[in-house]
Design a protein around this ligand. Structure first.
Ligand code: MN
Length: 243
């Protein structure tokens, strides 16, 4: 039966080689059997710009995705907050189709809304303000105009700041906001919603305007791997053993 797989929040980087190997194995075995693979953001710990495609770790990951796409599995990439600078060259080298969010797709016969998930975390207003700034065309072109090494060191500084902030912010403010979820469901005709970002793997059923909606939250790839498999009979999580 034709299946569509979803992953997000792998945060791949060369300092976690076991998880990278697990992902390569997932591509070669599980994803190869599927019709389509959707990567819903934060595939990489960070992406400093498409001029970093030659970096050996990035090149290895992108060529493995390209191999999967060549073998007949369609690959879609919806950028997350860590890799929103991935652009046309990334798409060409990886063979992935770049999506912009919100993206709506027919998955196993059901209208499904796909998001990275950070836009749903509306309680964290400082983050939303920051997100708005860095997603502007002006910020993007200004940032990308700087040398690659300079961009990487700025991203590193930002990551350390965000780690410190995460310890201060309440767990609740970093989860999705129920009204933001309801609004997303409402404006897209109450479809099934699949997203990542919060790393809180779960299947939620919630009533929006009297309609039962489903929300699937993808898990991260820190201790092990996982993906969501959807087909005509529905969706289910598949856990991959630690590498
Ligand atoms: Mn994220």
């Amino acid at each position: 039966m034709s299946a569509t797989l979803f992953v997000s929040d792998l945060h791949l980087c060369s300092t976690r080689p076991a998880i990278a190997r697990l992902f390569l194995d997932f591509l070669a075995r599980h994803a190869k059997q599927a019709d389509a693979l959707y990567i819903l953001g934060d595939l990489f710990e960070y992406w400093a710009g498409d001029d970093d495609l030659a970096e050996p770790f990035n090149a290895r990951i992108c060529s493995a995705i390209h191999e999967l796409a060549e073998s007949g599995t369609q690959v879609f990439f919806l950028p997350g907050n860590r890799d929103f600078l991935a652009d046309a060259d990334f798409a060409r080298v990886s063979g992935a189709n770049l999506l912009t969010e919100p993206h709506r797709a027919e998955i196993g016969g059901i209208a499904t809304l796909l998001l990275h998930g950070d836009t749903l975390c509306s309680d964290d207003s400082a983050y939303q303000e920051f997100r708005c700034k860095i997603r502007s065309v002006a910020w993007r072109s200004g940032f990308l105009a700087q040398p690659l090494a300079e961009r990487k060191s700025q991203i590193e500084a930002l990551r350390q700041l965000s780690e410190r902030e995460k310890r201060i912010k309440s767990a609740a403010s970093m989860d999705v906001n129920a009204d933001a979820v309801a609004a997303a469901m409402r404006s897209h005709g109450y479809p099934r919603l699949i997203h990542g970002h919060t790393h809180r793997l779960a299947h939620h059923e919630q009533i929006v305007d009297g309609r039962t909606c489903e929300r699937w939250v993808l898990g991260d790839w820190y201790d092990s791997g996982n993906y969501l498999l959807c087909d005509r009979s529905g969706c289910r999580f598949v856990m991959l053993p630690a590498a």
